[in-house]
Design a protein around this ligand. Structure first.
Ligand code: V47
Length: 362
């Protein structure tokens, strides 16, 4: 089976659902990893074979108030619950100022579904950020939030996106995808839009000119068939609208969540397979991101040899995974580059849409 998949990768043929499942069911991790690496190597351009991307970014979570109840989320609070926040525009600007002074050129904005933080709040926020920090790229809002803003305002998804773009939105992150499987979605995040809506909104975003990312949240009771199905659905959407840049497999953290104890946590093998198999399956995605906040720095570094070509960024100020127990906050730019170099690769600083800002010299 491995030689058949290898041949298909070499021939640039698409890997079938069943083959993806068979790879997941194998424990020959190094063989799976070498296929992931092969798929990655064949995607790179001449002279860029050893490139691994990173960026200088910060997260901004303007509100953690959320009317959706997702079993895996430790971030969401009810409006009057202790620890709930909704920043004023000035408070949000102050966070952004700190990030920009720390060197960030991207702000990743996501928040809860808060009926008091509707579209006008966000358009005002984006305009204020662009006004004060015109060079910052704003990567903001999951498809789940876009749907929520549209419903509150009773306007279409396209109109919502256009208003956000007019206010300064530059691209969209990949959150809110969770796992597309109906049964796992109904069990763990019943208030979230279904997979079809998530995909449709990304398609609309691509149509109006935004680049977006895609995630898959693992360790929430899904099986390997669910994971491969998730990848196949993303691959099909990408065939239609071709605006996804990066795929990011996410690993659930359980502290203070309702799902804790109900499901088996991911092993290191699971997480490295997610990287390698997504690289093999998602032939029409340019990049696979090893999100070190969730993988941990060690596994993220190892995953560079399993097909990942992006380490995300310095990530100043992150709240979603930290609410659920992730340990580190913020990596220095020198350390990110050391992680990449020690794995045998060349650190390449990028902006959000993969323009190259600097290639490290040896
Ligand atoms: O949508 C929620 C997930 C996502 C937990 O696009 C959890 O570049 C782990 O989407 N444990 C937000 N994960 C993060 C995200 C992301 C991160 C980095 C880069 C990009 C990008 C996007 O985090 C949520 C949800 O799927 N999440 N709770 C948890 N307990």
């Amino acid at each position: 089976m491995f030689s058949q998949v290898k041949q298909k990768i070499l021939n640039k043929e698409r890997i079938a659902f069943e083959e993806g499942v068979t790879l997941y069911k194998s424990n020959d991790l190094l063989a799976i990893g070498s296929l992931g690496r092969l798929a990655r190597d064949l995607k790179t351009k001449q002279g860029q074979e050893k490139w691994i991307y990173w960026n200088r970014n910060m997260h901004l979570n303007p509100t953690n108030v959320c009317i959706a109840r997702c079993e895996f989320c430790a971030f969401a609070k009810l409006p009057n619950e202790k620890g709930a926040w909704t920043y004023t525009i000035d408070e949000a600007l102050e966070k952004v100022r700190k990030g920009a002074e720390g060197g960030a050129n991207e702000v990743h904005i996501v928040g809860g579904l808060n009926p008091k933080a509707a579209l006008p709040y966000y358009t005002e926020l984006l305009k204020a950020i662009k006004n004060k920090f015109p060079a910052l790229h704003i990567k903001g809002f999951t498809a789940v939030e876009i749907d929520f803003f549209s419903k509150l305002k009773k306007i279409s998804h396209e109109e919502t996106l256009k208003q956000l773009i007019d206010a300064g939105l530059d691209s969209m992150p990949g959150g809110g995808a969770e796992i597309f499987s109906k049964s796992v979605r109904n069990e763990t995040c019943p208030d979230k839009i279904p997979a079809s809506k998530w995909l449709e909104i990304h398609g609309i975003a691509h149509k109006v000119g935004l680049k977006t990312n895609a995630t898959m949240l693992c360790g929430i009771g899904e099986n390997v068939e669910d994971r491969v199905d998730h990848m196949v659905q993303l691959r099909e959407q990408q065939d239609k609208t071709n605006g996804f840049q990066t795929f990011i497999p996410l690993s659930c953290h359980y502290e203070d969540t309702e799902i804790a104890g109900k499901v088996e946590p991911l092993t290191a093998f699971d997480q490295l397979k997610n990287i390698a198999i997504s690289r093999i399956m998602l032939d029409n995605f340019d990049h696979i991101k090893a999100y070190w906040i969730q993988l941990g720095v060690g596994l993220a570094q190892v995953s560079l040899n399993f097909g990942a070509d992006d380490l995300d960024g310095t990530v100043q100020e992150e709240n979603i995974t930290h609410a659920a127990g992730a340990e580190k906050r913020g990596l220095g730019k020198d350390f990110i580059q050391t992680l990449i170099e020690d794995a045998g690769y060349t650190p390449v600083e990028r902006d959000t849409v993969y323009n190259v800002l600097a290639v490290a010299k040896h």
